[in-house]
Design a protein around this ligand. Structure first.
Ligand code: NI
Length: 186
């Protein structure tokens, strides 16, 4: 296994749409998955997409808590490092209803920053797992947010591009100063 170099915002690989994984069970893909997991854990991330390690394939790994109705603005504070690990290839996302929620996101490719992003709160995602098995799950809250964030990387999109209000882009060290806007402003 190896810790891979993470591309940072500005590198063209992060703007490039990724290609489907042709053979999820191939030794090359299995090695890439191991390396991505090691890299994510080493960097203390909740998720990692292959383009972030300079590989333009539709593959993401993430750790998200199971189905929970979380909501609220402090979802990212509820990240659990012991949450189950998911490997997802060639994913598809379907939005289940109109409800959206705002939560702070960070990204290993945008180090040091956090931004408030509004996203659909309830999704169904599907794809292929590391052993070629089909994955299909409903997700809400932080789980849904992580999946959407990681899958956006496969389309060359960073969370900053999803922000409605760039005044809500902060350094992590300054987040203690953040004041929750009233609901009408969200
Ligand atoms: Ni990211």
């Amino acid at each position: 296994m190896a810790i891979l170099k993470i591309a940072r915002m500005g590198h063209p690989i992060l703007r490039t749409p990724a290609e489907p994984v042709a053979d999820p069970r191939s030794p090359e893909i299995q090695r890439l998955i191991d390396d991505m997991i090691e890299t994510m854990v080493d960097a203390n991330g909740a998720g990692l997409a292959a383009p972030q390690v300079h590989v333009p394939l539709r593959l993401v790994v993430f750790q998200a808590p199971g189905e929970r109705d979380q909501g609220g603005l402090d979802e990212d504070e509820r990240f659990e490092p012991t949450a189950p690990l998911t490997v997802l290839m060639n994913p598809k996302i379907e939005v289940m209803d109109d409800k959206r929620s705002a939560g702070f996101e960070g990204c290993l490719s945008v180090p040091g920053l956090r931004g408030l992003v509004n996203r659909p709160d309830h999704i169904r995602y599907s794809g292929v797992g590391r052993h070629g098995e089909r994955i299909e799950r409903l997700a809400r809250g932080f789980h849904a947010r992580v999946v959407q964030h990681e899958c956006d990387h496969l389309d060359g999109i960073l969370y900053v591009q999803r922000m409605d209000d760039l005044s809500q882009l902060l350094f992590e060290s300054e987040i203690k100063h953040w004041v929750k806007p009233s609901e009408e402003d969200m």
